[in-house]
Ligand binder design. Structure first.
Ligand code: ADP
Ligand code: MG
Length: 387
């Protein structure tokens, strides 16, 4: 995995050149950018390189950034190994200090940070689905997006029902899980591949499921345990779909690593109002680019039009799923998601949405473009390099 490197607070062209040789692509940022990066919703680089050679102290924003984003790897560039500065660095949680700017030194430091990063081997991306109200069709969307991804890319997809109790994703998938998210939360200290395999159930739809529990959990839900489970899942699956309970603030606080949070609404006034509140607070917490609103059971003749929904939630409706109550209910009763059968409008919508959400669509069109180029005699490599 190539690292996303960002250089902050440096005017040294040579340092920039060396970092470019190490794979840095982003333009370097001014020192004042550090305070912006320290904000809770700020998107983080994998490795932040901070040039402090003309300073006696570390910037005050650095410890704040490390507290807010403990997973951001930081390298500081100093002119000498000053004990006071090293102590400050250690206290701020910085493990890499470089004085000798050579490609080897920096490459090694970047390598160490990437290797110790909890997401180092993270292969996957998580997508959270959250209903603006109960009954809007959130679990239906989550289960069918997971099914679509598992069909397109077998063994790639895990669905986690984050309703600690009484979630119903297992019913939608016709599964009878023996273990649940509660077992995972109570055993985060021993999460490894073989243990996790015993907790998930392989469903007929091709989706692995970490289900909700039938038993009441004795301890309150701990946000750190949910984060640990998500990070583990992201290292072992390409796609992780989360069916998120709307009313559990702890779960809502654990979604930092999630690529997209999809708020599911429909065309009812109460739901639209609630979607507006939820989308606003999620945007504040996780940034506007990571929050998407979709409409389920779309009805073109409804009193509340899509434009009304968009005005209320303050963003475009990214996707609408047609209403097909008979098919949705039949699928639920049989425990076979509609997307298992791809010959209907509803399942087609789920597949298209799943492809767009995960970027599969872009990859496919790039591949098609590459194939077209090669037909017309251009070198295939050239076409594939085109972004
Ligand atoms: N696109 C749809 N068209 C018609 N009915 C739907 C659709 N999606 C879901 N439903 C139905 O709505 C009900 C609630 O769905 P569910 O996914 O459990 O909602 P939620 O998870 O938001 O509570 C179910 O009976 C389901 O079959
Ligand atoms: Mg549900």
């Amino acid at each position: 995995m190539s690292a996303n490197i960002l250089l902050v607070g440096s005017t040294d062209r040579q340092l920039e050149d060396v970092l470019r040789a190490c794979g840095m692509q982003a333009p370097s940022a001014a020192g004042s950018e550090l305070a912006v990066l320290a904000q809770p919703a700020a998107k983080q680089p994998d490795v932040l390189v901070l040039d402090v050679r003309d300073q006696n102290h570390l910037p005050t924003a650095l410890p704040i950034l490390k507290r807010q984003h403990p997973r951001t790897g930081v390298i500081i560039i100093t002119s000498a190994m000053e004990p006071a500065l090293l102590l400050e660095a250690m206290r701020a949680g910085v493990t890499e200090v470089v004085t000798n700017i050579t490609e080897d030194e920096l490459r090694n430091a970047i390598g160490r940070l990437i290797a110790s990063h909890p997401s180092a081997a993270r292969a996957g991306q998580a997508y959270a689905f959250l209903g603006a109200k109960g009954g809007v069709g959130t679990t239906t969307v989550a289960v069918n997006v997971a099914t679509a991804l598992a069909k397109l890319d077998p063994q790639s997809t895990l669905l986690i029902d984050l309703h600690v109790t009484n979630g119903d994703a297992a019913v939608f998938l016709g599964a009878e899980p023996r273990f649940s998210i509660v077992d995972a939360m109570e055993n985060t200290h021993r999460l490894d591949e073989s243990f996790f395999k015993t907790l998930v159930v392989k469903t007929k739809a091709g989706v692995d499921l970490l289900a909700s529990s039938d038993r009441v959990m004795l301890n309150p839900v701990d946000v750190r345990r949910i984060r640990t489970i998500l990070e583990f899942a992201e290292r072992h699956y390409r796609y992780i779909i989360l069916d998120v309970p709307r009313s559990d603030a702890t779960v809502l606080d654990a979604l930092e690593t999630v690529a997209q949070i999809v708020v599911v609404a429909n065309q009812e006034l109460a739901t639209v109002r609630s979607a507006s509140r939820i989308a606003t607070s999620l945007r504040q917490r996780y940034g506007k680019d990571r929050v998407t609103v979709v409409v389920s059971r779309s009805d073109r003749l409804a009193d509340i039009a899509h434009e009304d929904v968009e005005r209320a939630v303050g963003s475009p409706v990214k996707f609408t799923f047609p209403s097909d109550y008979r098919r949705a209910l039949q699928a639920l009763n049989k425990g076979i998601p509609v997307t298992v059968d791809n010959h209907n409008e509803l399942s087609g919508a789920f597949v298209r949405f799943a492809k767009g959400l995960t970027g599969m669509e872009k990859k496919e069109s790039k591949e098609r473009a590459a194939a077209r180029f090669s037909i017309f005699g251009a070198r295939k490599g050239t076409a594939q390099e085109t972004r």
